[in-house]
Design a protein around this ligand. Structure first.
Ligand code: PLP
Length: 481
C-alpha cells in the first residue's frame, strides 16, 4: 500500500524549490535559446515540497541493503568500506569547478593529482604508464584488447585471432575479447583450482593474441605457476593481460609486472575507495609495460620542467575511448586513499583482507564443503552442494542470509564450482562482524537440513520477498510515473 502512495505526492502547483533571482526575465532568457531547441511543453517532473522529496528518497535508501548498512561479502566485488573523507576531498570546489576544456596551464592542481596517481599506480604494479580513460573494468578490458590488436597488427601479425581465458575467469574477460572480435579459447583448471599448465601448452600457438588472467583467480587462489604461464605465452609471441579487479589481494605484496603481465587494469572503484554497486561512476585505469606505451589512449599527463601538460601525440595511439580524461572524481579519491594509507597501509589492508577470508574459511569448513583446500587469498569459494538432498541451493542460502542482516555472497559463480558461494569479507570488517556472519552461515546450514522451507522461501523479514531479478535488471522501472 505504502509503495503506491509514495509515488502520488505530486500535485500541480506544489513547489519544491525556489530559484535564485535572475538579472534577466524569462522572456529575455528565451531570446538566447535557438527556436529549434525550445521546449514546447513542460517537463513531466513531479511537483512536491522539499521535505517530501527528502523523506521519499531517505525512506527508499533505508530499504536498500548496502555496504553502509550491512556486511557485504560479495565475492570478486570487493565491497569494502570506502572512507567518507575521500568523498569530501573529491568534492572540494577546486576540483569540482574546473571544466575539462580549460587550458592545462589553468588546472595545474588537478593535473598534479593525475600525474602523481599514475606514478603511485606504476610503483604499486610495476607498469610503465597508465591511461585513466576507461570508465570501469570491462571498459578497460575492451581497451586492452584494442591495444593487443594494434600491437600485433603493427608487427605484421594480424593473423593472431584467439584469446585464451581460464574456465574460472570473470565473465567480462571472454565477453570483452569476443566483443572486439577475438575467438575465445578456454583453458581448464586443474584439480588445485589453478590453470592447467599442460593444457595451456597445447593451446598456445602462433594464433594466440593474448591470455587474460586474474591472479588470484576467482576461486581466491594464487596462480603459483604464473611465471611458467607467462613464459609459455611470451615464447609464442602472445601477450598477457592482467585483470586487476582483484588487486585488493596483492597491494604491496606482489606486482603484476613481476609476474610477466604486459597490460593490466585496476578497478579503482573496488580497491581504491570509490563505493560501487549502484551503477555510479568508476574508473578502470589501464597500465602497460614499456613495449606498449605508444599505443595507449590519449591524452597522457606529463611533466615538462615544473609544469604539467597533456600529451596527445603518441605515435601509435589507439585514440580515445572516452571523452576528456576519464572519471576524474574517482581518480581523486584513489589518490587521497593511497596518500593516507601509504605503501605500508596498503600492504596491511591486503594482509588483513587475506587473513579475514582465511578466518571465515576455516570457521565454516565443517558446515559447508570447500572444494579447494589450502590457504586462500582475499576470497574463497564454498559450495552448498551438500544441501541438494533438501533441495536447498546456493541462492537460497544467500536469500536467507538477508534475514540475518548480511548481504549474500556471490552465488553460482565461478561456474566450475557447483552451488558456489563466493565469499570476500575484505579488510574493513571487525572480528565481531566476521563471527556473527559465521554463526549465521552455520545456523542456515542447520536450518537447511531441519527446516529447508524456511531457507527456500527466504527472505522473510525484508520489505520484498523474491523478485524477478532478470526482469528487474533487463527492464528497470526507475520512472516516477
Ligand atoms: C568486477 C570485476 C570485473 C569487471 O569490472 P567492472 O568495473 O564491473 O566492469 C572484471 N574482473 C573481475 C575479476 C571483477 O571482479
Amino acid at each position: 500500500m505504502e509503495e503506491k502512495l509514495i509515488f502520488e505526492y505530486s500535485k500541480p502547483g506544489k513547489q519544491g524549490a525556489s530559484l535564485p533571482c535572475r538579472d534577466l526575465s524569462m522572456d529575455e532568457l528565451h531570446r538566447f535559446i535557438p527556436d529549434g531547441l525550445k521546449r514546447k511543453t513542460d517537463t513531466a517532473l513531479p511537483e512536491v515540497s522539499e521535505p517530501e522529496v527528502i523523506r521519499h528518497f531517505f525512506r527508499l535508501s533505508q530499504k536498500n541493503f548496502c555496504v553502509d548498512t550491512h556486511f557485504y561479502p560479495l565475492g570478486s566485488c570487493t565491497m569494502k568500506y570506502s572512507p567518507k573523507v575521500n568523498e569530501d576531498l573529491a568534492a572540494l570546489s577546486g576540483f569540482t569547478q574546473v571544466h575539462p576544456s580549460m587550458q592545462p596551464e589553468h588546472v595545474q592542481g588537478i593535473l598534479t593529482v593525475m600525474y602523481e596517481l599514475e606514478q603511485y599506480l606504476c610503483s604499486l604494479t610495476g607498469m610503465k604508464r597508465f591511461s585513466f580513460q576507461p570508465a570501469a573494468g570491462a571498459h578497460a578490458e575492451l581497451t586492452g584488447m584494442m591495444l593487443v590488436k594494434a600491437y600485433h597488427d603493427a608487427r605484421g601479425e594480424a593473423r593472431r585471432s584467439k584469446v585464451i581465458v581460464p574456465d574460472s575467469s570473470h565473465g567480462t574477460n571472454p565477453a570483452s575479447a569476443a566483443v572486439y572480435g577475438y575467438r575465445i579459447v578456454e583453458v581448464k583448471s586443474n584439480n588445485r583450482g589453478r590453470v592447467n599448465v599442460d593444457e595451456l601448452k597445447a593451446i598456445v600457438d602462433e594464433e594466440c593474441a593474448c591470455l587474460m588472467l586474474t591472479n588470484p583467480n576467482t576461486l581466491g587462489l594464487f596462480e603459483d605457476d604464473i611465471l611458467e604461464i607467462a613464459d609459455i605465452v611470451h615464447q609464442k609471441g602472445g601477450l598477457l593481460y592482467y585483470d586487476g579487479a582483484n588487486l585488493n589481494a596483492l597491494m604491496g605484496l606482489f606486482r603484476p609486472a613481476d609476474m610477466g603481465f604486459d597490460i593490466i587494469h585496476l578497478n579503482l572503484h573496488k580497491t581504491f575507495s570509490t563505493p560501487h554497486g549502484g551503477g555510479g561512476p568508476g574508473a578502470g585505469p589501464l597500465g602497460v609495460t614499456n613495449t606498449l606505451v605508444d599505443y595507449l589512449p590519449i591524452p597522457l599527463v606529463e611533466k615538462v620542467k615544473d609544469r604539467y601538460v597533456l600529451n596527445s601525440s603518441l605515435p601509435k595511439t589507439i585514440g580515445k575511448v572516452k571523452t576528456f580524461y576519464g572519471n576524474v572524481g574517482v581518480l581523486i579519491k584513489a589518490y587521497c586513499y593511497i596518500r593516507s594509507l601509504g605503501i605500508d597501509g596498503l600492504r596491511r589492508a591486503t594482509e588483513d583482507a587475506i587473513i579475514n577470508a582465511n578466518y571465515i574459511k576455516s570457521k565454516i569448513k565443517d558446515s559447508y564443503s570447500i572444494p579447494y583446500e589450502g590457504y586462500c587469498m582475499h576470497e574463497f569459494v564454498a559450495s552448498a552442494q551438500n544441501f541438494k538432498n533438501y533441495n536447498v541451493h546456493a541462492g537460497d542460502i544467500g536469500k536467507r542470509l538477508l534475514d540475518y542482516g548480511f548481504h549474500a555472497p556471490t552465488v553460482s559463480f565461478p561456474l566450475i564450482v557447483p552451488e558456489a558461494l563466493m565469499i570476500e569479507p575484505t579488510e574493513t570488517e571487525t572480528k565481531e562482524t566476521l563471527d556473527a556472519f559465521v554463526e549465521a552461515l552455520k545456523k542456515i546450514a542447520d536450518e537447511s537440513r531441519q527446516n529447508p522451507d524456511i531457507v527456500k522461501n527466504a527472505p522473510h523479514l525484508l520489505e520484498r520477498g523474491r523478485c524477478d531479478e532478470v526482469h528487474a535488471a533487463r527492464f528497470p522501472n526507475v520512472c516516477w510515473k
